[in-house]
Design a protein around this ligand. Structure first.
Ligand code: KG4
Ligand code: ZN
Length: 355
């Protein structure tokens, strides 16, 4: 794939892509012009349904995508005041993600592409998270090379982006993703799902130094590990309330939830920020880019901005979590680079980000 920076569209009107995203538990569709201007961005969240399981329940996710996908696509087109005849290509998430969820979005995109003779462009969801930065219209285009940290419920990836579509994966989590750790620890503490916002909320009243939880530095690698940290929080909860079966039933009143949440959050934030900053220095990155659901975390944003030696770019909260505008933004660059996928492409549930 040649890596040309995206020039302005040659046509008199901007290029207009329909993005479709169903990799996890959000059914999303969006219309984006020239890869930068969001015309519509519709997200149907299933979070209420998965809350009772404390995590995403794949079969339920797939069923709900099937119900939501066509109305969501129709709504995205309606809000953009455009029909499919005004769309130049369809960009759809092909992976990584839940197979039964991905297949719903991909089949919908294939059907529309076939019916209207539109180009189909399969997109890596991790790449889409990186391209969410380009949707911040009033900021200049970020400078390459960039150090990208993608932190979400399913991923914790450190990626060097040398140019458009040119990636080098440096490392990632060896066990739990950062967001998964937030979700699991929230459950241990009896907080709501998804755990990230709930822990952030509790942490505001807590002392981040109250408990010294372990930091897995994994020296000599750009990898991460959060399962030991989660176990350390579990051990602390059990030490405080031996009679309570932590994670199975809510902790009893009196647990120092705010201090535990703040101390846990501080451990995650410190490792994510220090490793990303070290990688940016080692690879002489000119920009640090952070994306994915966990990048909504205020402590993480603040510490990254304070510690980074270079410009940091983090999307607004609405673009941190899964959406299809970012899929269309990545699709725009691939569209200009000439990517056209056949209608028989399949989903790629485990798809590492590579050039
Ligand atoms: O990117 P995303 O919407 O979906 C995946 O691709 O996984 O990320 C969802 C994850 C969840 O684990 C959620 O707890 C976490 O992002 N999250 C946060 C915050 N908001 C969402 N984690 C920490 N702090 C937050 N404020
Ligand atoms: Zn995501």
């Amino acid at each position: 794939m040649p890596a040309e920076p995206p020039p302005a569209s040659k046509d008199s009107r901007p290029s207009r892509l329909l993005g479709i995203e169903t990799s996890c538990d959000e059914t999303a569709a969006a219309v984006v012009e020239d890869g930068r201007r969001i015309v519509s961005n519709v997200v149907a969240s299933q979070v209420g349904v998965h809350a009772k399981y404390g995590g995403v329940f794949p079969e339920a996710a797939s069923r709900m995508h099937i119900e939501a996908i066509l109305p969501v696509v129709q709504e995205a087109l309606a809000q953009a005041h455009v029909g499919l005849e005004g769309i130049d290509a369809i960009a759809v998430t092909r992976g990584p993600g839940l197979a039964g969820s991905l297949v719903v979005g991909l089949n919908c995109a294939k059907g529309l592409a076939l019916a209207r003779g539109l180009p189909l462009i399969g997109i890596n969801h991790l790449e889409a998270h990186l391209y969410s930065i380009w949707l911040v219209e009033d900021e200049p285009e970020p400078a390459f090379p960039m150090m990208g940290l993608i932190v979400s419920g399913g991923h914790t990836e450190l990626v060097l982006m040398r140019d458009h579509l040119i990636y080098q994966r440096l490392g990632g989590t060896l066990d739990d993703a950062a967001g998964e750790a937030f979700d699991k620890v929230a459950r241990l503490l009896g907080l709501a799902y998804p755990g990230g916002p709930a822990i952030q909320q509790e942490a505001r009243q807590g002392n981040p130094q109250a408990y010294r939880f372990p930091r897995a530095w994994l020296e000599g690698t750009w990898d991460f590990s959060f399962s030991g940290l989660k176990t350390a929080v579990l051990r602390e909860v059990r030490a405080l309330q031996p009679e309570v079966r932590a994670g199975i039933e809510p902790p009893a009143a009196g647990l120092p939830t705010s201090d535990l949440a703040a101390s846990f959050q501080a451990a995650v934030v410190e490792v994510l920020v220090e490793k990303t900053v070290a990688a940016a220095e080692a690879f002489e990155a000119r920009t640090i880019l952070m994306a994915g659901g966990v990048s909504a975390n205020e402590a993480l944003r603040e510490r990254l901005a304070a510690r980074s030696p270079v410009v940091t770019r983090v999307p607004p909260l609405s673009l941190c979590t899964d959406n299809a505008a970012m899929t269309a933004a990545a699709g725009h660059v691939r569209f200009l680079a000439g990517q056209r996928d056949a209608l028989d492409i399949d989903v790629l549930p485990s798809w590492p980000l590579a050039s």
